[in-house]
Design a protein around this ligand. Structure first.
Ligand SMILES: NC(=O)c1ccc[n+]([C@@H]2O[C@H](COP(=O)([O-])OP(=O)(O)OC[C@H]3O[C@@H](n4cnc5c(N)ncnc54)[C@H](O)[C@@H]3O)[C@@H](O)[C@H]2O)c1
Length: 383
């Protein structure tokens, strides 16, 4: 039977533009489905640069205005790979034009904006998903399966860190290509919206709603030259953010994120401690899940390091790749996410996280920043 076409129009061709396009090119080979992904068009403001990207990566054509892209009849899905301040505007226009939407994280600049996006996609009844790709690292997906099987028993603790060190230099400018993450107007927040958003998404997926939070933020470099105005301007983002919290299930949360942890480039670690089992995962060793099973017979009880590369249905996604024991990487989390999205289109059971799922992370982020500002505990909002 002929496959249905899934014609992608992507906005932005930076880091995520490349990661997503790589996934679109791989997915049909490794995860055959009812759909054939077609790289229909890519959009960005600079005609020459976007054309060069399209030629290198195989997009049929280009647009320099994303508004034209979302109106095109020959496009089924809009993929939003731009800085955070453009997510909502593009998503609302794409929903109004009946397109499926795959949006990068964080969903929005804040929960109020995110709610508008959720309402728009639900009103338009268009398939939607947010690229919280860490859910699709096989070791992380395996952890979720163990949690859902009830193997942990009562959960006591959840802790996560996401540490980097690339903004320590005080003469690093803010704003513009590559540096929009330091500009509050483009990013909406600092490490909280950028890095903690991932940690929070995984935490909510594993352990349910967060009820209350108590946070602390710091901006170590108070002023930086803005690349767009040429002037030294106040830095509005959080350079570091630490928070405690309490989940609805009674367990305690402990999160930390910074771009000032010298030596760490992308150290995302998470740990969950239950009465019967603890799980630990580290992005720098991404195919290993560390497991302590209290129910193991006493004399062999201890931490196990499970290499999640078995070519069997026991290890999520791995039967589609190589022979047992051979690893896959960061890039394949995006391939898995597209595969799940396409399967969701076929089955009518949407892949997570949908815009509504990702809105929960926005409520936590709003509460975290509010708590840091007020220096007090804050209750997390709900839709
Ligand atoms: N899922 C993840 O792990 C992950 C990792 C990195 C970034 N992200 C998210 O992806 C998004 C993009 O981040 P990035 O690292 O790819 O950024 P980037 O700076 O590498 O790329 C941004 C792209 O957006 C384009 N752009 C900017 N303004 C535009 C406009 N007005 N019209 C059209 N295009 C425009 C730029 O030309 C560039 O191609 C952000 O929301 C970020 O939070 C997610």
């Amino acid at each position: 039977m002929a496959k249905k076409q899934f014609r992608v129009g992507m906005v932005g061709y930076g880091f995520m533009g490349r990661a997503h396009t790589n996934a679109y090119k791989q997915v049909g080979q490794f995860f055959p489905s009812d759909y054939e992904v077609v790289l229909q068009a890519v959009s960005a403001r600079d005609a020459g640069k976007v054309k060069a990207f399209a030629d290198q990566w195989g997009y049929a054509n280009t647009e320099t205005d994303w508004r034209k892209l979302v109106e095109r009849k020959d496009i089924d899905a809009i993929d939003i790979c731009t800085p955070n301040n453009l997510h909502a505007e593009i998503a609302l226009a794409a929903a109004a034009n009946g397109k499926a939407i795959l949006c990068e994280k964080p969903l929005a600049m804040d929960a109020a904006e995110g709610l508008k996006m959720v309402e728009a996609v639900e009103k338009a009844k268009v398939p939607n998903m947010v690229w919280y790709n860490y859910r699709r690292i096989p070791a992380v997906t395996l952890a979720k399966r163990l949690i859902d099987e009830g193997r942990l028993g009562k959960v006591f603790h959840y802790r996560a860190k996401f540490l980097q060190d690339w903004t320590i230099k005080s003469d690093l400018p803010q704003g513009g290509a590559g540096l929009w993450r330091l500009d509050l107007a483009a990013a909406g927040a600092g490490v909280s919206g950028d890095l903690l958003a991932h940690c929070i998404d995984t935490a909510l997926w594993f352990n349910g709603r967060l009820d209350t939070v108590c946070a602390m933020t710091e901006t170590f470099v108070k002023e930086r030259m803005h690349t767009q105005t040429g002037k030294v301007e106040k830095v509005g983002i959080d350079d570091a953010c630490t928070f405690f919290g309490r989940f609805e299930n009674g367990s305690l949360a402990n999160f930390e994120s910074t771009r000032y942890a010298r030596g760490h480039k992308a150290l995302y670690t998470l740990e969950i401690n239950g009465e019967d089992m603890s799980l630990f995962w580290d992005l720098h060793d991404l195919h290993r899940l560390q497991i302590f099973d209290y129910k193991d017979e006493g004399k062999i009880r201890g931490w196990k390091s499970v290499h999640v590369t078995d070519n069997s249905p026991d290890h999520p996604y791995m039967d589609k790749w190589w022979v047992p024991g051979l690893a896959v990487g960061y890039d394949t989390s995006f391939t898995h996410q597209v595969a799940d999205f396409l399967e969701g289109l076929s089955t009518g059971k949407p892949a997570s996280p949908t815009f509504r799922d990702a809105l929960e992370t926005q409520y936590v982020l709003d509460a975290v920043l509010d708590s840091a500002k007020k220096q007090q505990w804050v209750t997390v909002g709900k839709a």
